[in-house]
Design a protein around this ligand. Structure first.
Ligand code: GSH
Length: 257
């Protein structure tokens, strides 16, 4: 079994980062983000938004999810066998960062000028708590309402746990918006990693027409009209045009195996 650092080197060589080109381009900073199908990959959207918000130029590589070969492809690209995963080449050093929150944190740390976390330490602590709560929680909600970014779908029956999690998310948003937001702003004022982490939730609320209060609706609209969210939407729509199956078709095929 290779250690994570060794696997990172192997993975980096698999994506075509060779030592000769590194010495030729010793001062170059390059990012490559591997993501999943835009219509479905909520974790990818979070990391992708953070890179976009930091106005970093990066290469994007998409692995099609929910196909027989997906898991094997991802395992070759990511030490955790999950995407998103970010490859960084900085001068002669190469590194790999996997997991959406770790990628967001890394981008915030490497590009402080982007202001991806609030400046005030106490506000930053709370914004980090919001991001972490999303990252580690709301499992029932996520399972009941999978992201289907570009589609409108009927909501399935939602049990008490899911309904309670929807209430928690919306009350957390309202608390942050009323305390830190100004008219037309994001959860903690300017756009932050907390917004990146909740972007797929905004999309799910809209996909499944989950009832929202007016303030929550306005926040959802602000998020969806961001040029970056529109860019992601265009990508998701294109995938559907190119023949992305409906989830129930994917499930039927999987269950018939
Ligand atoms: N905790 C991880 C979760 C990543 C995750 O579950 N990614 C899914 C795609 S959204 C994946 O890689 N699935 C593997 C597969 O479909 O084979 C993160 O925050 O990045």
């Amino acid at each position: 079994m290779l250690a994570v650092a060794d696997r990172a080197t192997v993975v980096a060589s698999r994506i075509g980062v060779d030592s000769q080109s590194i010495s030729q381009r010793a001062t170059e900073l390059a990012y490559k983000l591997v993501i999943g199908t835009k219509n479905w990959s909520s974790w990818s959207l979070r990391a992708w938004l953070a890179l976009k918000a930091a106005r970093i130029s990066f290469e994007e590589s998409i692995v099609a999810l929910r196909r027989p070969e997906s898991a094997e492809r991802i395992e070759k690209l990511s030490p955790s066998a999950r995407i998103p995963v970010l490859y960084i080449r900085d001068g002669s050093s190469e590194s790999i960062v996997f997991d959406s929150l770790a990628i967001c944190e890394t981008i915030a740390e490497r590009h402080p000028e982007a202001g991806l976390w609030p400046d005030d330490p106490e506000t930053r602590g709370l914004a980090r708590s919001y991001a972490a709560e999303m990252h580690s929680g709301f499992l029932a909600f996520r399972e009941a309402l999978p992201m289907d970014f570009a589609r409108k779908l009927p909501a399935p029956p939602l049990d008490d746990t899911v309904q309670q999690q929807i209430r928690r998310i919306q009350s957390a948003w309202l608390f942050a918006l009323s305390r830190y937001g100004t008219e037309g702003s994001f959860l903690f004022g300017r756009f932050s990693i907390a917004d990146c982490m909740y972007a797929p939730v905004v999309s799910r609320f809209l996909t499944y027409s989950i009832p929202m209060s007016d303030d929550v609706k306005r926040y959802a609209t602000r998020m969806m009209t961001l040029p970056t969210m529109q860019e992601w939407l265009a990508g998701a729509r294109q995938e559907i045009k190119d023949g992305l199956p409906d989830q129930w078709v994917v499930d039927m095929v999987r269950n018939a195996r």
